[in-house]
Design a protein. Sequence first.
Length: 256
Amino acid sequence: MPGYQPLITHALKAICIILRTNIAAWYTLKDIFNVLCTRDCLQCDAFSGFVFLPLLERCCIRCLTFSPRFRVLLAAEIKKLLGISQAHLRQSVPLLHTIPGIYSMDESSRKRRMYIVAVKQVFNAFTFPRTSASVAATVPANRAHAILRYMAGTTLPYVNIESGEVQRGLCCPGCQIIIEGGTTPNPTEVLARRDRVYSKTGFLDHFVHCPEAQKLWKRSKEGKVAVKLPVSIIRGVFFSERDVVMSFSKRKYSDL
């Protein structure tokens, strides 16, 4: 099939996760290929870097974390709130079986597998009384629900089929240095920039507005000399070695 080589080269891990989470029956390899060739988040103009698995849609980390479009609930919560059994959900929408692993920037460990579902897909597939839908739509978000969003996502590089270029996204070490320096008058804004993943062109646009990134560039002799960086940056700040939001044990799942 067209696109087979890019799929096995750059999307094999994502395909394994789709299989392991039991949602493969809902999507084709062509669907995955189309997502692989999509660069930006569907909710905003940011470089995506991630895929929200129940919808198989590109998203950035901020939208994955906060957007109502990517809200998920446990299947058990859907049954309690709306009276839909897990078996009925499985027939109607992608019911994702989570994978034990390390999730979120806080590196929270989750050892138990759970069934989760995208709230958007439930509302699209079923008709509810207005009161029931309102209750489900306004369930207070908590830390557990926040982790569920990460459990429904994974990273995926962007492949430009015409040029062959592959992008995994760039984060700004300069923004991390500003945060650690404690001198910014607007830490929330800098945190948002620090956590953003940029395309190559997007990072160049950001670079002209980040004084610490410019200082690093000068100290490195335009990338020719290694410079001392804070431990948090060396470790990855946003991406550690577990550079997928949904990670799994290579030993335990080596038979995928």
